[in-house]
Design a protein around this ligand. Structure first.
Ligand SMILES: Cc1cc2nc3c(=O)[nH]c(=O)nc-3n(C[C@H](O)[C@H](O)[C@H](O)COP(=O)(O)OP(=O)(O)OC[C@H]3O[C@@H](n4cnc5c(N)ncnc54)[C@H](O)[C@@H]3O)c2cc1C
Length: 395
């Protein structure tokens, strides 16, 4: 006589890049008796990459949002609530509606929160947050209305999501201005606190990016950490420099979500959740953390970048471990995250460069940059659309 396997409850916190990958993989590979619940404070999913397409006018904000309730059609429970506490000793997650959810397995994929309030005067003086999709339509209108002056893009701190994104944004803004006939009378400047453009990718790839900026007359300013924005539209940097701007775009300081900090999941001196670099397990039983909410050290000076491609790669490894455990499947060889990833960096005019990275390479992280092409641009569109289809549209 066969006995019915024990029902397991898997909670996934956060329906973003990592959480949606896990929910779908688990549902496809576990029998229906096992409950998969994904919780998010937002009702809709929007992929960060799409912010830049809203900026350049190729998508609207409205058509880019996808209702997370669609997950229910796949047999994945979706709870639209805010997580306020995680108790790993009792294996309970509490939401803002005082719901207490018990889990057998927990996947934390809550991403990062933004902290623009840390930069004095930024929002008060009309600064735009490039990473907030709701601000992009107005930003686009202001770029189109500006006839002359200076557009400044400031990376306010590290780490931040998708390290090439601010450079990509500057190139797309260049493209918008060229098409709008205003490029000659508008300067585009990009400021970063780091000494090179992409410290995570190393000096060679950073130089390739700076050359690309320079070819499009975009001024690159390393070692500029924004201190405050004053009421007369002046940016003040920690190195003492002051410059004026007409339109200010910021990449906000990032921090670990409040729910994580309040749950005591960080040890002293930790800013993000530390996990095993191969299995993504935390020090708590059956608790995994993936994506932007983690800090995975590659060597004493670098960490795995905060990017969707890594959240997705980690989600696959975590899901496989849970599937193997629940299905008592010993045939799969220890799933391990390999530290590999890639991204497409759009440069305007329907072209994109391609950056690939291998962070666990035995002789140290390896990255390379492929010159922009139409093919990589098409691959980028396919990258986005295939994921949205698999995660939410394909029932
Ligand atoms: C402009 C831009 C361009 C980008 N381009 C690329 C790119 O080309 N390639 C790439 O790989 N990555 C890119 N990224 C980065 C990518 O979007 C993130 O790295 C990725 O989304 C991280 O996935 P995640 O699952 O860790 O977190 P997220 O996708 O951020 O998901 C976290 C989820 O948790 C939810 N949440 C947070 N706190 C709570 C709470 N207390 N209760 C309930 N829900 C909560 C949030 O609402 C969110 O839905 C880009 C990002 C931006 C902003």
């Amino acid at each position: 006589m066969t006995t019915k396997k024990e029902e397991k409850r898997i909670l996934i916190l956060g329906a973003g890049f990592g959480g949606l990958t896990c929910a779908n993989l688990l549902r496809k590979n576990l029998s229906p008796q096992h409950r998969i619940t994904i919780i998010d404070k937002n009702t809709h999913f929007i992929m960060g990459i799409v912010n830049l397409w809203i900026l350049n006018g190729s998508r609207t904000l409205k058509e880019s949002r996808i209702d997370l309730k669609r997950l229910e059609d796949k047999g994945i429970e979706f709870l639209n609530e805010e997580i306020i506490n995680i108790d790993t000793s009792k294996k309970i997650v509490t939401t803002n509606l005082n719901k207490e959810l018990v889990y057998d397995y927990l996947i934390i994929s809550l991403g990062a929160e933004y902290q623009l309030a840390q930069i004095q005067g930024f929002s008060h003086n009309g600064g735009f947050n490039l990473y907030d999709p709701d601000e992009i339509p107005k930003l686009r209108t202001e770029i189109l209305c500006l006839k002359k002056g200076r557009i400044t893009i400031c990376i306010t701190n590290i780490p931040y999501k998708c390290p090439p994104a601010p450079y990509e944004a500057s190139l797309l803004i260049n493209d918008i201005l060229v098409k709008n006939g205003t490029r000659r009378s508008i300067e585009v400047d990009i400021y970063t606190p780091t000494p090179i453009a992409l410290p995570v990718a190393g000096p060679k790839t950073s130089q390739d990016i700076v050359s690309l900026l320079s070819n499009h007359s975009i001024n690159f300013h390393p070692l500029h950490k924004l201190k405050k924005v004053s009421d007369d539209h002046i940016l003040e940097f920690e190195n003492g420099k002051k410059i004026n701007y007409d339109l200010l775009i910021g990449i906000p300081p990032h921090k670990v979500p409040t729910a994580i900090r309040n749950s005591g999941l960080l040890k002293e001196n930790e800013s993000w959740i530390n996990v095993d670099k191969f299995t993504l397990r935390t020090s708590h039983e059956n608790v995994f953390a993936i994506g932007d909410v983690t800090e995975i050290k590659v060597n004493p000076t670098s960490t795995i970048p905060k990017a969707g491609i890594f959240a997705e790669g980690q989600a696959k490894i975590v899901s496989q471990q849970i599937i193997d455990e629940i299905n008592s499947n010993r045939s799969t060889n220890n799933p391990r995250f390999d530290g590999k990833g890639f991204c497409f960096m759009e440069v305007g005019n329907k072209n994109a460069g391609y950056i690939s990275a291998d962070f666990y390479n035995v002789d140290g992280p390896l990255t390379s940059f492929e010159t922009p092409s139409e093919k990589s641009f098409k691959n980028k569109i396919d990258f986005v659309e295939s994921r949205i289809y698999d995660w939410l549209l394909n029932v």
